[in-house]
Design a protein around this ligand. Structure first.
Ligand code: RTP
Ligand code: MG
Length: 153
């Protein structure tokens, strides 16, 4: 765990279609995490298969790849203390039906296959760094600190 841990987060196609990008970004900002990268993009087949490679033998793999490539996503990198685990806690469980109200999936999701948001798995060591590298070039990430200025309130 580090104060400057970075994690990969993505609003999935259903979240984009439903206009939830702003709300999801706000939740992470309000929590005190800092966005260091953001990209509105369409995932192609190759990137989808690599990103979800751990699930390639599962029966839901083809449907998952079809869904994640079905429309634009908003890919982000968020930084902060214990960021990977914090984001996963705020997302809720994989299945929205098991997710507590107040979590993103618990507030917006109904369907296991359309669960609004992806976040790197905090139980999979190094998943955050692998996913950041897969989606972002180094020069697309911005190092910045909140400044102390009189106009900042
Ligand atoms: P994600 O990777 O998308 O953030 O979701 P997750 O970590 O909470 O869950 P994971 O186990 O990595 O599964 C990836 C996505 O596959 C779909 N799924 N379907 N039994 C099923 O039909 C099933 N299990 C998982 C979900 O949409 C999940 O987000
Ligand atoms: Mg996962």
């Amino acid at each position: 765990m580090s104060d400057h841990e970075r994690t990969f987060v993505m609003v999935k196609p259903d979240g984009v279609q439903r206009g939830l990008i702003g709300d999801i970004v706000s939740r992470f900002e309000d929590r005190g995490l800092k966005m260091v990268g953001g990209k509105f993009m369409q995932i192609d087949q190759e990137l989808a298969e690599e990103h979800y490679g751990e699930h390639e033998d599962k029966p839901f793999f083809d449907g998952l790849v079809d869904f994640i490539t079905s429309g634009p996503v908003f890919a982000m990198v968020w930084e902060g203390q214990d960021a990977t685990r914090q984001v996963r806690t705020m997302m809720g469980e994989t299945d929205p039906a098991e997710s507590a109200p107040g979590t993103i999936r618990g507030d917006y999701g109904l369907d296991l296959g359309r669960n609004v948001i992806h976040g790197s798995d905090h139980e999979d060591e190094g998943a955050n760094e692998r996913e950041i590298e897969l989606f972002f070039d180094e020069d697309e990430l911005v190092d910045w600190d909140q400044i102390d200025a009189p106009w900042l309130y």
